[in-house]
Design a protein around this ligand. Structure first.
Ligand SMILES: NC(=O)c1ccc[n+]([C@@H]2O[C@H](COP(=O)([O-])OP(=O)(O)OC[C@H]3O[C@@H](n4cnc5c(N)ncnc54)[C@H](O)[C@@H]3O)[C@@H](O)[C@H]2O)c1
Length: 344
C-alpha cells in the first residue's frame, strides 16, 4: 500500500447494490470513492450526500432535476468518470449494458452486476473461482446473488475433490424489502417456468466444468433466498470431510438449528446485533447440523442474503481489474477484514 495511490472508484446507480458497494469501497484502505451517480430526486440520493459521498447525475437534465429537488449535485456521471480508475455499474437490469458504451469511449475499466448477461463483459466473476482470469482485464460481471452462492459452495467441494454433480432448488425472495410496497407476491408460490432455472447455466459462465442444474420458485417473503442442494460426491465421504471442504471458504459460514437459527429471520437479526452495515450477511449461511451425507450423496441447505453477498465479490473484482492485487486469497483476506467477514 505504502507509496501506492488508492484505486479511484465510481459507483453508477445508488440503489440496493450501489449504496452497499459505495459503503464497502469507503471502508477499504486501498480504495477511494470518487462519487456516486443516479437519476432519482427523492430521499435515496439524499442519503448519499448525507453519508459524505459526492453525488452526480446521469445527464445534464438529471443534474438539473436533482438540483431543483434541493440535492447537492457535483456534475454529470461523465464528469465523475474523468480521473476514475474503475466504475461499478449498479443500475437496474439492462441499463448497464447501454452505459458500457460510455465507459468504453472514456477508456475506463468497468464492473457490471448480475442483471447483465455474461456477453456484456465476456467474463463472470466469483472471487474464489475466477479471480485470476480477471486480473488486468478491462471489465467483468459480478454474477447474481444466487449464482455467487452456488459457485462459492460448489468450488469448495470441487477443490476438495468431492464434487461430481449438483442439483439445487432455490426458494427466491419475492422483492427487496425497501420496495415491497411496489410489488411482490402474497399467499402463493410461483414456480419458475423452465427447468433448469437460469442460475445453473449462469454458474457455468464462471466455471464451465460445473455439472449443475437448478430449479427455482418465488416465495412470499423479502428477507433472503433459501437453497436446498443434493450433490453426488466423487466418493464416499464423512460429514466431517464435507464440513472441512466448506470451511476452506472464508465466505461460507456455518449456522446451527441447535443454536436457535431455526429460520432465515434469526440470522438477519444476528447480523443486526453484530452491527453489520444494513444488517448485511455477506457469507453463505449454511446449516452445519442439518447437513447430511449418505454414502456418496450429500444434502444441505443455506441462506443467501441477496442484497449483500455480491458486495465482497465486487470489492475483489476492483482489485483484480486494476491488477492492484494479483493473488485472489490476499484480496479476499483484505476485503474480509474490512467488512468483518469471518466472525460468525
Ligand atoms: N437487489 C438484489 O438483490 C440484487 C442482488 C444481486 C445483484 N443485483 C443486480 O445489481 C444490479 C442493480 O440492482 P439493484 O437491486 O441495486 O437495483 P435498484 O433498482 O435498487 O437500484 C438501481 C439504481 O440505479 C438508478 N438508476 C436507474 N437508471 C440509472 C441511470 N441511467 N444512471 C444512473 N443511475 C440509474 C436507480 O434510480 C436506482 O437508484 C442489477 O444488475 C441487479 O440484477 C441485485
Amino acid at each position: 500500500m505504502e507509496g501506492q495511490s488508492k484505486i479511484r472508484v465510481a459507483v453508477n446507480g445508488y440503489g440496493v447494490i450501489g449504496k452497499r458497494v459505495a459503503e464497502a469501497v469507503a471502508r477499504q484502505d486501498d480504495m477511494a470513492l470518487a462519487g456516486v451517480s443516479d437519476v432519482d430526486t427523492d430521499w435515496r440520493p439524499r442519503m448519499a450526500t448525507r453519508r459524505g459521498f459526492r453525488l452526480f447525475g446521469a445527464t445534464p437534465e438529471h443534474v438539473e432535476a436533482m438540483n431543483k429537488a434541493g440535492l447537492d449535485v457535483s456534475g454529470t456521471v461523465e464528469e465523475l468518470l474523468v480521473g476514475t480508475d474503475v466504475v461499478v455499474d449498479c443500475t437496474p437490469k439492462r441499463i448497464a449494458a447501454k452505459n458500457v458504451e460510455l465507459y468504453r469511449r472514456l477508456g475506463i475499466k468497468f464492473i457490471v452486476q448480475g442483471g447483465e448477461k455474461h456477453e456484456v463483459t465476456g467474463h463472470s466473476f466469483v472471487a474464489e473461482s475466477s479471480y485470476a482470469s480477471a486480473v488486468g482485464r478491462d471489465s467483468t460481471r459480478v454474477v447474481s446473488c444466487n449464482t455467487t452462492s452456488i459457485v462459492r459452495t460448489l468450488t469448495a467441494l470441487k477443490q476438495a475433490g468431492l464434487l461430481k454433480k449438483a442439483r439445487g432448488t432455490l426458494l427466491r425472495r419475492a422483492a427487496d424489502p425497501w420496495e415491497s410496497h411496489q410489488g411482490g407476491i402474497m399467499n402463493t408460490l410461483v414456480p419458475e417456468e423452465e427447468i433448469p432455472s437460469h442460475q445453473g447455466p449462469d454458474a457455468k459462465s464462471v466455471d464451465p466444468d460445473l455439472d449443475v442444474v437448478t430449479m427455482a420458485v418465488k416465495v412470499p417473503e423479502t428477507l433472503a433466498h433459501l437453497h436446498y442442494w443434493s450433490v453426488q460426491l466423487t466418493r464416499s465421504a464423512t460429514k466431517e470431510e464435507v464440513l472441512e471442504a466448506f470451511r476452506s471458504s472464508s465466505r461460507i459460514a456455518f449456522i446451527r438449528m441447535s443454536d436457535g437459527h431455526k429460520a432465515i429471520n434469526t440470522v438477519k437479526e444476528m447480523m443486526a446485533d453484530f452491527g453489520r452495515s444494513h444488517d448485511d450477511l455477506y457469507e453463505v449461511a449454511l446449516w452445519s447440523d442439518m447437513l447430511k451425507v449418505q454414502d456418496k450423496e450429500l444434502f444441505y441447505a443455506y441462506m443467501v442474503d441477496n442484497q449483500a453477498i455480491v458486495i465482497p465479490e465486487t470489492i475483489d473484482a476492483l482489485r483484480a481489474l486494476t491488477g492492484r492485487e494479483v493473488n485472489a486469497q490476499a484480496s479476499i483476506k483484505k476485503t474480509n477484514a474490512a467488512l468483518e467477514i469471518g466472525e460468525l
